[in-house]
Design a protein around this ligand. Structure first.
Ligand SMILES: [Fe+2]
Length: 494
């Protein structure tokens, strides 16, 4: 189309000689806060919700365990022991799934607490006091990027030279700890014997993308850099103008079926849920919020789509590559005082690319395929460094929208509906609740010293001391609400 025709259609072009990105983002942020304070939906969501579901749907069946290729080759005692181990594994799996379906958040198993306590901490020169949320403290703001190295976001070698770099082996697990001792990130490594699972999960992502159909525009979005990548989402959320919680909408029935197949894949399931127990142990308060919300909503509306049975997150987005690399961004629609789970898959040289950069923490991390990271993605700017042209990277991102927890807190209503019938007394109570929620937000992040003594809930340390773990009386929490020491409650095994 020639220029005169365009002008005839759209009018004379507006010429902008100056554009201040920081100022534009600041204004967008203020508008976002205003929208939330007015009870309007966020426009952060990149995906649509389906129409409300009337007919309860059945949850997808549990994926079948990987077929064992070794059983037939075994004889005698070895075969018997193998069968016994398989039975035990099935039993553990069933009891874990039952616990994850209970409205009460399941406590971490003792061996999980041991493992979390044995992980090592990485001190980050950052204070979680700097996290910023909207006034209502449900979601994160869009904030200006202020890091001086942002222009080098695609240059891994430059960033490694100018930022603290963690050369993660991808096997050990580590907790990122802020200067006040709060656990503000978690890196979950995988054993080397997991390599087959990672390869199978990566193959499943590739196969899913090949089955799905996407318009060219699906590759370009604000979380994509370079040639971009399409995504597919399953699960449920709230927002995008809907008046109730609903399922995220697939592009087409073909894509929906391929996504269902991907999530039912055993290797994908294992790669995506392997890090969950560590999350339970290190981020108990956040885990239990997510678990209770997900189960409450699923029990209320069985038509909502499930993701992974063992996951507390309401939704999962598969970044289907082959170039799943994101520029610096925040996921402001996620819960502000929460975490999302990123699991990297694919085949790439982790020494050269696909690093995880946490800009607020001024920290760059080697992030190999199969590994997982929990980060407060609503409030921490994050990105990946690029991979080579002949490499491929996929990722699974699990999260719960902050609006979902707000919906539950409102008594299963939107802010607008709640406001429509609120009395002055209701409004006063709401403001008190808001203040309490903001005051409690930082306490959602467990203290590393509690994780070290397997005190996953952060309960009074006298109780931990009573169990024979390391603690002293100077270590008492401020929250200790009783002078009477009680014997510790027996923990239920998962
Ligand atoms: Fe993100």
């Amino acid at each position: 189309m020639s220029a005169p025709k365009l002008e005839a259609i759209f009018g004379a072009p507006l010429v902008c000689n100056q554009y201040d990105l920081a100022d534009a983002l600041r204004r967008e942020n203020e508008a976002r806060i205003l929208r939330e304070d007015s009870g309007l939906d966020s426009d952060e969501e990149d995906v649509e919700l389906e129409d409300p579901v009337e007919v309860p749907l059945h949850a997808p069946p549990l994926p079948a365990p990987l077929a064992s290729s070794t059983t037939s080759a075994l004889t005698g005692l070895a075969k018997k022991n193998h069968k016994k181990r398989e039975r035990q594994r099935t039993k553990r799996r069933e009891s874990t799934v039952a616990a994850m379906n209970s409205p009460t958040p399941p406590v971490p198993a003792p061996h999980v607490l041991e493992k979390a306590a044995a992980s090592t901490s990485i001190n980050v020169a950052y204070s979680a006091n700097s996290f910023r949320a909207t006034k209502q403290c449900w979601v994160g703001p869009t904030k200006p990027f202020e890091h001086p190295l942002l222009a080098h976001a695609a240059d891994a070698e430059f960033l490694k030279q100018h930022m603290p770099y963690f050369d993660w082996d991808g096997i050990e697990s580590h907790v990122l700890v802020d200067c006040h001792g709060r656990s503000i990130g978690l890196l979950v490594g995988v054993p080397e014997m997991f390599a087959d699972v990672i390869e199978a999960a990566s193959d499943a992502c590739r196969a899913a993308r090949e089955k799905m159909l996407f318009p060219a525009s699906a590759y370009i979005h604000r979380r994509a850099s370079g040639p971009g990548f399409p995504t597919s989402t399953r699960g449920f959320g709230f927002g995008t103008g809907r008046q109730t919680v609903g399922n995220y909408k697939a592009c087409s029935r073909t894509n929906e079926a391929a996504m269902g197949e991907l999530l039912a894949n055993d290797a994908v399931n294992r790669a995506a849920t392997f890090p969950i127990p560590a999350f339970q142990a290190v981020c108990w308060n956040i885990f239990s919020d997510y678990h209770a919300t997900k189960q409450t909503l699923l029990n209320q509306n069985p038509g909502l789509h499930r993701t992974f049975e063992r996951s507390p997150f309401a939704a999962v987005t598969a970044n289907l590559g082959p170039f799943s690399v994101s520029p610096p961004h925040t996921d402001g629609a996620n819960k502000a005082d929460g975490m999302c789970l990123i699991t990297a898959l694919g085949r790439f040289n982790a020494d050269k690319g696909a690093h995880l950069v946490l800009w607020d923490y001024n920290f760059i991390i080697r992030f190999p395929a199969g590994c997982s990271a929990f980060i407060p993605s609503a409030v921490v700017t994050h990105s990946n460094t690029p991979i080579a042209d002949d490499e491929e990277r996929f990722s699974l991102v699990q999260y719960s929208a902050g609006a979902l927890l707000r919906w539950v807190d409102n008594g299963f209503k939107s802010d607008l509906t709640w406001m429509a019938s609120a009395t002055p007394a209701d409004l006063a109570r709401r403001e008190e609740n808001r203040k309490a929620r903001c005051a409690a937000a930082l306490k959602k992040f467990s203290l590393w010293k509690d994780v070290k003594v397997k005190n996953f809930s952060g309960r009074g340390r006298v109780e931990v001391w009573d169990q024979g773990d390391i603690a002293d009386f100077n270590d008492l929490t401020e929250e200790e609400d009783s002078d009477v020491e009680e014997p510790p409650r027996k923990k239920r095994r998962m």
